[in-house]
Design a protein around this ligand. Structure first.
Ligand SMILES: *[C@@H]1O[C@H](CO)[C@@H](O)[C@H](O)[C@H]1NC(C)=O
Ligand SMILES: *[C@@H]1O[C@H](CO)[C@@H](O)[C@H](O)[C@H]1NC(C)=O
Ligand SMILES: *[C@@H]1O[C@H](CO)[C@@H](O)[C@H](O)[C@H]1NC(C)=O
Ligand SMILES: *[C@@H]1O[C@H](CO)[C@@H](O)[C@H](O)[C@H]1NC(C)=O
Ligand SMILES: *[C@@H]1O[C@H](CO)[C@@H](O)[C@H](O)[C@H]1NC(C)=O
Ligand SMILES: CC(=O)N[C@H]1CO[C@H](CO)[C@@H](O)[C@@H]1O
Length: 493
């Protein structure tokens, strides 16, 4: 939280500020819509969420569909194509990438008839072929990370993609792209990006014909892309902040020595490494194939020693900043700048998959627990739509990291004045006066207002100066909830 400033006490100026702050209040009621609302079909970049199912007591399809609606998540990636779930999603207006699991590849890749039957059973009923069928399926992901997860199926992967694309075309559904999510590890030497290339045991035999096919069918190159793992593997070379989209001092920024392009985050560097590798392959049309990030994310918990970067704060920072990067900044990458080149991304993942084996982190990538309780709340200022159906009582409102001091001070003055939050404890000499700085005081005041409004959507907006968090911001808040609330003396200005 912000630096000490000494200017943070709530002054007696609340009354004088009243007219201006009333206006502020009216504006603050205008609650911005959710971050994960995509502009489906308009080609705007979007952020979706992947849904894995190794979850104890996974919500039923209809409950899952309502949960997504309540959280305003409109884009998901599934790892199979369960008709019950697709029917339920149809009712919620959610669009889904459906998946062919790796263990079905052999059947689909070796028989075009089997592929055609898969399309007619799994896709056609959910592809909007006529006005009486829902339009749920946005793309087909054939297999997942096949080169590393099931290399023996690689020879049937491209045939499976071709058969599925042909079956879709035969059903007049060639607008549904068919591709396969590759692991980022197929790109060798990604840092600096200008030196990247595809693993040579795959490039001519698999990646080049794949790219040619994707270009020919207007399908994206799907990639699972994890700055988290690049950070882990870099053995200290990549700064954590760079992986979390946090600005570094210019002297520490990653500059590609060959292109002189500056990389402010690892995500963009990885995307450009893929672009360079694609370009170096010379596949027909390959350079024009857009990249779709079919998985990215950060674990909120891990083994203390082996997985030191796993944690809620980092997971929150990564996913929040990713959302801002894709939806608000829309800047593309240094090599492919502009909103039109901005890749969309799916956050891995919706629920913690508690049944997953492996390293501790494996079960801790979710934004929510299986019962729908948030593991942490994303810090996207004013994006309270995403928290629409928060089921925890323990959410707090604090001064937003990126809000400027004046806005924070003005919003605090409003909260303690017209907003009638109980700000007694942050007056000089009172329990929560220390630390005496604007942000600490404002966080107290914002939270007092937010709680007094029953944590209603929009009541932590403060024109962008507030943000919701599950992390208890200070001991003073604990005091406020337990002791202070019993001995409060309400002061109205
Ligand atoms: C719409 O398409 C579905 C799936 O192909 C089909 O079963 C249904 O009969 C069609 N309905 C109309 C009105 O054409
Ligand atoms: C595909 O579209 C064409 C032209 O619009 C139509 O003649 C044909 O019947 C359609 N085929 C299917 C399988 O719906
Ligand atoms: C390339 O892929 C092969 C086969 O999967 C693997 O054995 C090899 O280690 C990879 N090479 C690099 C440099 O990653
Ligand atoms: C591109 O598509 C056309 C028609 O769909 C097909 O004839 C051609 O072989 C395809 N080319 C490649 C490289 O896949
Ligand atoms: C791609 O083309 C360039 C220039 O023509 C050539 O140097 C390079 O070896 C080619 N790459 C591959 C993988 O064929
Ligand atoms: C606070 C809030 O947004 N609650 C919503 C939770 O989800 C249910 C079902 O979709 C809605 O009816 C509530 O309004």
């Amino acid at each position: 939280m912000g630096s000490r400033s000494g200017g943070g006490s709530v002054s007696g100026s609340c009354l004088l500020l009243f007219p201006f702050l009333l206006l502020l209040h009216l504006i603050s009621l205008r609650c911005p819509s959710a971050v994960l609302v995509s502009a489906a079909g308009s080609g705007e970049p979007y952020v979706g969420v992947t849904i894995g199912t190794q979850v104890t007591n996974l919500l039923s399809p209809s409950d899952l569909a309502s949960f997504l609606r309540a959280q305003r998540i409109t884009r998901v990636r599934l790892y199979d194509a369960d008709p019950r779930l697709l029917s339920a999603l149809a009712a919620s207006g959610v669009r889904a990438i459906v998946g062919v699991p790796n263990d079905e590849l052999l059947a689909l890749g070796s028989s075009p008839a089997t592929a055609a039957s898969w399309v007619s059973r799994r896709v056609v009923p959910f592809a909007g072929v006529n006005s009486s069928t829902p339009n749920v399926v946005s793309a087909i992901a054939v297999g997942d990370e096949v080169p590393t997860a099931l290399p023996s199926a690689l020879p049937v992967l491209l045939p499976a993609i071709r058969s599925l694309a042909a079956a879709l075309a035969a059903a007049n559904l060639s607008s549904i792209p068919v591709s396969t999510p590759l692991p980022f590890s197929v790109v060798v030497d990604p840092f600096p990006p200008s030196q990247a290339f595809f693993n040579q045991s795959l490039d001519k035999s698999f990646v080049a014909p794949l790219l040619a096919h994707l270009a020919n069918t207007s399908a994206p190159l799907m990639l699972n892309l994890y700055p988290y793992y690049s950070l882990m593997q870099s053995k200290g070379v990549i700064p954590l902040d760079n992986a979390l989209f946090r600005p570094l001092p210019p002297s520490m920024e990653m500059v590609d020595p060959n292109t002189l392009l500056r990389y402010t985050n690892v995500f963009d560097a990885m995307l450009d490494a893929v672009r360079v590798a694609v370009r170096n392959l010379n596949a027909t049309g390959g350079a024009g194939v857009p990249i779709l990030v079919t998985e990215t994310g950060w674990p909120s918990y891990g083994d203390r020693r082996a997985e030191p970067y796993a944690g809620r704060d980092n997971a929150d920072a990564y996913n929040s900043n990713l959302i801002k990067h894709v939806l608000e900044e829309k800047a593309g990458t240094p090599m492919a700048p502009g909103a039109g080149a901005q890749s969309s991304a799916y956050i891995y993942e919706l629920f913690n998959e508690d049944l997953r084996a492996g390293p501790v982190s494996e079960a801790n990538w979710g934004l929510f627990y299986g019962n729908g309780t948030p593991v942490y709340l994303l810090h996207v200022s004013g994006a309270d739509g995403f928290l629409g159906n928060d089921t925890t009582d323990r959410t707090f409102c604090v001064a937003a990291d990126d809000a400027d001091q004046k806005a924070v001070q003005a919003a605090m003055d409003w909260a303690c004045g017209p907003g009638r939050a109980d700000c007694t404890a942050i007056q000089p000499g009172q329990a929560c006066y220390q630390p005496d700085d604007v942000r600490s005081h404002a966080s107290f005041a914002f939270d007092a207002y937010y709680q007094s409004q029953g944590r209603a959507a929009g009541s932590c907006y403060f024109q962008g100066a507030g943000m919701v968090t599950t992390v208890d911001p200070s001991e003073c808040h604990l005091a406020f909830f337990s002791a202070c609330s019993i001995v409060t003396i309400r002061v109205y200005y």
